[in-house]
Design a binder for this molecule. Structure first.
Ligand code: ACO
Length: 387
């Protein structure tokens, strides 16, 4: 169909893909999402297999380097990660300036922005702001190592508690829990947490990763890309959903209240957070693995009431709407059982996804094309200022 775009000028009506739904914008070798087979591969490996067998450090290494590390490579990588765990004094001071009422995602965004501004090589001339792949890999590892302290301190200060220094004798996940709670977590808890980090690490061209790639495509620096990605992840249609799931659980209260709650929510046309996905229409490939981790936590903490509420809402919502849970549905209650405050859930997602984001920044920079789509103008026809 031809439409008039200007007096007397017509063109073929553009095929607008609202929300870029179904549009393939580039290639990637980092992950493959296949909704038909309900699978997600990181560099070729099924994510379930990685979650069952690997540490989050090994998966981060895989996302950046394309291969799983050998024993020696993992040991060297872990040493490097441990060097950058402590919260820098200026970053702590900046976090302390963020009002306690602000959303912790704003705090994380501010902290990462300051880390970028403090990197002596990141600014420089606009022409080399993007940095070399080696520089960007080193920066990625430093951000990955620094985020647990930022997230853990954020939760602690909201509870009126002091910063806890990292422990060099603990792996990433165990140390993350140590810095948050000040006590060594049980193995079953560390294992569930490690799985969640792996499952959240990467998911192709989701909204926040695409944001990071758009920013990188202008030859901006990696920190700016991560800061932008954090902003995109904050929204409840994306990362903010894990937090929203817990609000829903709190609102419902218990399994026997689900039916009445759902009647009302659906009558009000509310979106039920933690359900639905742009790509997966028959269930999110990561959910069964995270649900199994949630089940171990339910047994560990003796909280069968949480499992009952989870199951009741899932079965009734799926039966009525045919829309399945996404990863945020099991991870929200899992983080709550571990002891994280609801407001900390989306920052945890940042700590995991920073690996995927930075892998995409390096990939985008390596084969760059400025990302600049077109739009179809539907505002007023040309007119002139009255003189
Ligand atoms: N609750 C109620 N209805 C829903 C939900 C939901 N969670 N998800 C989709 N629908 C309905 C929509 O209302 C719409 O119905 P309609 O056609 O009658 O208007 C239809 O299903 C299609 O939904 P859209 O929102 O148009 O589909 P889209 O692909 O854009 O949405 C999205 C995907 C944004 C994730 C959506 O399912 C949603 O809002 N879910 C809740 C938020 C959420 O859990 N986000 C986490 C995403 S995964 C992650 O970040 C790990």
């Amino acid at each position: 169909r031809r439409v008039e775009v200007h007096e007397g000028v017509t063109m073929t009506e553009p095929d607008i893909k609202k929300g870029l739904a179904g549009v393939v914008v580039d290639t990637t070798a980092i992950s493959k999402v296949n909704p038909e087979t309900n699978s997600l591969l990181y560099r070729g490996y099924p994510v379930q297999e990685l979650a069952d067998t690997q540490s989050f450090e090994a998966v981060a290494y895989l996302l950046w380097n394309g291969e799983l590390p050998t024993g020696d490579e993992l040991a060297a990588f872990r040493l490097e990660e441990r060097k950058h765990r402590a919260l820098a004094d200026n970053v702590k001071a900046a976090i302390d300036l963020v009002p306690l009422e602000a959303h912790p995602m704003d705090e994380v965004r501010t902290a990462v922005s300051l880390i970028g501004a403090s990197d002596p090589e990141a600014g420089g001339s606009v022409l080399d702001a993007g940095g070399s792949p080696e520089q960007n890999l080193a920066r990625s590892i430093r951000l990955f190592a620094a985020l647990p302290a930022i997230v853990a301190y954020g939760q602690r200060r909201r509870r009126g508690q002091e910063l806890i220094a990292p422990r060099d004798d603990l792996d990433y996940s165990a140390n993350f829990l140590w810095m948050t709670f000040g006590e060594e977590a049980d193995d079953v808890v560390v294992d569930a947490f490690n799985r969640s980090m792996i499952l959240y690490a990467e998911h192709s061209f989701n909204a926040s990763t695409f944001t990071a790639r758009v920013i990188t495509s202008t030859l901006s620096d990696i920190y700016s890309a991560v800061v932008g990605a954090i902003g995109a992840l904050k929204g409840p249609l994306h990362g903010g959903a894990n937090e929203a799931v817990l609000h829903i659980f709190t609102e419902i209260g218990s399994a026997d209240a689900v039916e009445a709650w759902l009647d009302k929510a659906l009558a009000e046309k509310r979106k039920i957070m933690g359900f639905g996905h742009r790509v997966y229409k028959n269930g999110d490939s990561r959910v069964p693995t995270m649900k199994a981790a949630l089940d171990t936590l339910v047994a560990h903490y003796g909280r069968e009431d949480v499992a009952a509420l989870y199951d009741a809402l899932e079965s009734q919502f799926v039966e009525r709407k045919g829309i399945h849970p996404n990863l945020d549905y099991p991870s929200g209650p899992a983080y709550s059982l571990i002891g994280f405050d609801t407001l900390t859930f989306t920052p945890l997602f940042v700590a995991a996804r920073v690996t995927g984001w930075t892998a995409h920044v390096i990939e985008q920079a390596g084969a760059n094309a400025l990302i600049r789509p077109l739009s179809h103008y539907d505002g007023p026809d040309e007119r002139h200022v009255a003189r």
